[in-house]
Design a protein around this ligand. Structure first.
Ligand code: FEO
Ligand code: CA
Ligand code: CA
Ligand code: CA
Length: 502
């Protein structure tokens, strides 16, 4: 791939080469500006942008592609850069509050000015933080159950990795690696690991966690609609040997109900993919008890549907869910309803570079309970990418894929070839189908996350997460991105990339 230069049909860029530079590199003709970075004030109240931005989701205001709200996930905090080290093996209350505050999400109001630069509106009436301290309510089968300590309301959201948009214009944010923060903050672990829903426009819509969608290490959610009008949500459980899920609502989506459609996520069936049979297996209490096959310990554990959703991974393996190589983002193709899953890697099985799997639902119906699948693209030297993570589509049926080779392995050993993490464009049809073309190279030790286009595709929002993650001494950071004058600290930040000419 080195030195490879080719203009791709349907794409107006010349692919870049891998690079180890401490900069966000883009093809010729494209540029970026930082919209918000860690610590920036976002509103009149003085609330600040959290750490390690991940998923981004643009909500147009008056259908505009130059003025809207941007939801941004904040996935985790950092001892070195945010809340400080433990003393005597424990954090102080202040440190815990700081860690919880800097996770969750930000809602910012942004607009593109005449010079093409995206800026935050600090006077915004919408801009606010959702944090590890914000009150949430639970919905669905686990509400008030013994499985969640009888809770109906819980404290906060954290470990927010990727997410998705609902058909009624709210955000779904996925709680992924919640265990460490929950343990440090002495919070009940069963209150985390859910898909949460927030309305960025309406603070009186109470933030909620939908327990019908199961509790696991949620990477994301991708919502579509079945042939008969029910809502379908695809989800990955980003663990080694974990499964791919989908939820199908009991009732049908009715556009005129608007945000009241949120109740569709409270009642329905959770399924897990059995890839050897090509079947979606239902995660109902009846199916799980049957699969327990008289085992007393399992029957004691799985007594109600609440037990099933709270212990979804264990239930999934029982009913025949296929363990896979760390399913990260899942994206439904808006062109043919096939479903793309980034299986990032699995060192336990020697899958060092990961692959992108494509599910083909029977009759192309997202509500189908049978499917076929193929490996759409495989990571490695031959393709030029390794460790696919977040995915998004553009209107030309190109799959935009960002990579997440872990910081400690970048630029060495079998990963040397790829240099820093990258962003790749992979056509899903046409003569370049399945080929990867590099569009961006991340700053040192960063991962690019949460790519999201404006509706007119003239801007691509992108998170730069954990630049300089391997820093051990603040006086000698391994990255200083975004290179703000007078700032020696690397800062996670969201950028707006412009220059698209479709
Ligand atoms: Fe937070 Fe699976 O990436
Ligand atoms: Ca991810
Ligand atoms: Ca995505
Ligand atoms: Ca990852």
């Amino acid at each position: 791939l080195f030195g490879f230069k080719k203009k791709v049909s349907g794409l107006n860029f010349t692919p870049i080469n891998p690079s180890d530079r401490d900069e966000l590199l883009l093809p010729r003709g494209y540029k970026y500006n930082v919209v918000a970075a860690y610590g920036d004030v976002i509103n009149k109240k003085g609330e600040t942008f959290g750490f390690n931005n991940d998923f981004t989701l643009y909500f147009p205001i008056n259908k505009s592609s130059s003025h809207g709200l941007l939801w941004v996930n904040h996935e985790y905090s950092s001892e070195l850069f945010v809340h400080g080290k433990k003393q005597n093996n424990t954090y102080t209350n202040d440190q815990i509050q700081k860690s919880l505050y800097n996770q969750g999400g930000s809602i910012i109001e942004i607009h593109r000015d005449k010079s093409g630069i995206w800026k935050m509106d600090l006077e915004s009436k919408y801009a606010r933080r959702i944090t590890g301290l914000t009150p949430f309510k639970l919905t669905g089968p686990a509400v008030g159950s013994a499985a969640v300590g009888q809770a109906t309301n819980v404290q906060g959201t954290f470990a927010n990795c990727s997410g998705g948009k609902t058909l009624w214009n709210t955000v779904l944010s996925a709680e992924e690696n919640f265990e460490t923060t929950a343990a440090d903050a002495k919070l009940n672990e069963t209150h985390y690991g859910w898909i949460v829903e927030i309305d960025p426009f309406n603070p009186s819509f109470k933030a909620r966690k939908h327990t019908s969608l199961g509790r696991f290490n949620h990477e994301n959610s991708s919502m579509g609609i079945s042939a008969d009008g029910r809502v379908v949500v695809y989800m990955g459980d980003d663990k080694q040997d974990a499964c791919v899920y989908k939820f199908i609502s009991k009732n049908k989506f009715i556009a005129s109900r608007g945000i009241a459609n949120s109740d569709l996520l409270e009642e329905g069936t959770l399924y897990v993919a059995n890839m050897s049979k090509g079947q979606w297996a239902a995660l109902t209490i009846d199916a799980v008890q049957k699969a327990a096959n008289g085992d007393k310990d399992l029957l004691a554990k799985f007594k109600t549907q609440a037990d099933v959703v709270v212990n979804a991974h264990e239930a999934a393996l029982l009913v025949g869910g296929t363990p896979t190589d760390r399913p990260e983002d899942v994206e439904i193709s808006p062109f043919d309803n096939t479903v793309f899953i980034a299986h990032t890697n699995n060192s336990m099985h020697g899958n060092f570079h990961g692959h992108i799997t494509r599910f083909i639902e029977e009759r192309d119906d997202l509500g189908s309970l049978t499917f076929d699948y193929e490996i759409f693209a495989a990571g490695g030297k031959q393709s030029g990418f390794s460790a696919p993570d977040n995915l998004t589509f553009d209107s030309q049926a190109n799959l935009w894929t960002v990579t997440d080779i872990s910081s400690s392995k970048l630029n060495s050993g079998i990963y040397k070839h790829f240099a820093n993490n990258g962003m790749f464009v992979i056509p899903t049809s046409g003569k370049n189908e399945g080929e990867a073309f590099q569009f961006a190279s991340a700053p040192k030790e960063a991962e690019m996350t949460g790519p999201c286009f404006t509706p007119d595709e003239t801007t691509l929002f992108l998170s730069i997460q954990h630049p300089g993650e391997e820093t051990t001494d603040l006086k000698q950071p391994t990255s200083t991105w975004p290179h703000r004058r007078g700032d020696t600290m690397p800062r996670p930040g969201v950028v707006a990339i412009t220059g698209f000419k479709y």
